[in-house]
Design a protein around this ligand. Sequence first.
Ligand code: TXA
Ligand code: MG
Length: 516
Amino acid sequence: MQTRVVRVDPFEPSDDLLRPCAEALRSGGLVAFPTETVYGLGANALMPSAVREVFRAKGRPQDNPIIVHVSRIEAVAPLVTEISPVASKLMETFWPGPLTLLFPKSGLVPAEVTAGLPTVAVRMPDHPVAQRLIDLSGVPVAAPSANISGRPSPTTFEATLSDLDGKVDYVVDGGPAGIGVESTVLDISGPVARVLRPGGLSVEELSQVLGEVQVAIEVPAGPLSSPGMKYRHYAPKADVYLAAGEPAAQREAIAVHALKSLISGKKVAVLASLENEPHYSRLSWSFPGSLFVLELGSREDLAPVAARLFSSLRYADRLGADVVLSESFPERGLGLAIQNRLDRASGGRKMPAAGDSAVSVLLVCSGNTCRSPMAEAILGTEWAGLESRIPLRVYSRGTAAAPGLPVSHEAVETMAERGINISKHASAPVTGADLEGADLVVTMTVSQKKALADRFPEFAPRVRTLAEVAEGAVDGDIPDPIGMGRGAYGRTADALERGLSVLARRMAGLLRTAGA
Ligand code: TXA
Ligand code: MG
């Protein structure tokens, strides 16, 4: 299908431009349009076939009902069997605006809209384009957010078109949506009003009118809960992890997690508060092209955070991020909706606190009897000397190691001269699990790196030679000293020390500049 784009003035949209879209809506077509929350994908709510097309275009699960949008309060009456005094009060106070109310539905509303529920969700958007379009169409408009199901809701025309091009009749460009998170869905059927989805209208604002308000967003979907809340939602392609706790603790957790992901060869996007952003920026200078810091706004003023949230999640995709690390925001005002969307985007994945997650480095040579056990001991000692708060886990393996062999005499003696005892080490061959458990894998030679990449291609991005991580402190391969006499062992230990102290200082320094 050819999707037509119509550009209108967001504040004073021309009826002439909107009329063809309104006509398409009325006669069963699909039209995406801006609202004050997010862009919506509209269909004639009274036409079951049009509503079915909405589910198809979005790939939306059939059991997730759709909000009906009206442009005037009088349009509610035919859709419902009862308008309670509380409902009237809420409509008068908050409409047009980001509040969706549940009503007992009338026979006029097709089951397709409500997914078979006895209630219908209705809202009146506070956006001139949405209002004019609905008005001109002359019908109530069923409109979910205009994203492909599961993706972050679109807050711009561009995001809407990128999800729906070729799937709908019209996309109306009316500039960016203002609020950035969807409407608050409120159930007022019981004695106490219940927020089923926190959104653009805060619980605090509702409480001023209603007194007590329950927040019932922790679903397993019961009969009264909002069916849409059970699906993974708002998610970019990357894995999203959420930090928790005080701002400083979040910063530390993100610093550690970012470093672990970066050294394992991943691209990372950090969603940062204005307050913490400078710390991550310093980290990003060290990983140009791999670490992107997207600032959402201040913890003290959450409106810009809400407005940027979904576009930032989408931007992370465009940057090719493998991992998104996000701060959490205070759960007051708009923060409740922001946090809810982040929870859902992350699928509940939390970052461990900084001190609870070690950075882990696997050192690999061939036999695991000389070079890599020496390297293991040296890196551990270097790290201890740096007094980082973040633990480092170091272990060593061999690409062609026999299991259980002791370290060579010369290696033991060479290290003993440096005050380090490695006589207890027993050799072990490298396994996939060893690689999986390591953030960074450092080989002594290029051919060991190649051997690992061939055998374990899925972990290849995290494997480096020591020369690669030592920033010029060692030159090429670390040669095998076996059979070459004590002098050769001493030179190997020196080279390992030079290279690994650079690596250790770099990692500890990066953690420290990021505040951990
Ligand atoms: O701000 C918004 O509400 C945007 C704009 C376009 O208006 N729309 C939107 O629609 O977010 P959608 O479909 O993405 O989310 C609608 C939410 C879902 O969680 C759905 O389960 C819930 O409203 N909902 C709809 N009808 C319901 C009903 N009868 N009972 C309970 N929940 C309902
Ligand atoms: Mg949605």
